[in-house]
Design a protein around this ligand. Structure first.
Ligand code: TYD
Length: 136
């Protein structure tokens, strides 16, 4: 079972600034089919609140910071996203809440799948049910 983990990327930095490269299958464990980014969320907003049956994700706060609460069904873990060169890998079938966005937060998300609303589980009890069957 794949678990949520931080992945640190190389910073190609010099006096001109920084450049970070993320290549599918090389720096992260999937081919990138979709990119989106989230910004302008107030500090008290909770986003996400879903699990995905098919999609793996990589989240990077390229600017600012946010927190991600992971619910594995039997325990929870909180990750702080506050580095432009560190991403959080979230495999499929894991419930996530994103919150505590800083004013300057730009959360970049890379995904292994094209968007398909039907692969989103937005009901936590349905998630616990499917997650149980998935883990065993
Ligand atoms: P949603 O998944 O609810 O965002 P969050 O989990 O961050 O709160 O998506 C917000 C809206 O954007 C919703 O109407 C669906 C749409 N959307 C797409 O059309 N394509 C996508 O790839 C994503 C992630 C969302």
């Amino acid at each position: 079972m794949n678990k949520v983990k931080f992945i640190e990327f190389r910073q190609n930095g010099d006096e001109k600034g920084h450049l970070v490269v993320i290549e599918g299958l090389q720096d992260i464990p999937f081919v990138i089919k979709r990119v989106f980014y989230i910004y302008g969320s107030d500090q008290d907003v909770i986003r996400g609140s879903h699990a995905n049956r098919k999609s793996d994700f990589l989240l990077v706060n390229v600017s600012g910071s946010s927190k991600v609460k992971i619910d594995y069904g039997d325990y929870q873990e909180v990750f702080n996203l506050d580095h432009s060169h560190v991403g959080l890998y979230i495999p499929k079938m894991i419930w996530k809440d994103m919150y505590d966005f800083s004013k300057d937060s730009v959360l970049l998300v890379l995904s292994s799948e094209h968007y398909d609303a039907d692969e989103y589980i937005r009901d936590i009890d349905e998630y616990y049910k499917e997650r149980n069957g998935y883990v065993k």
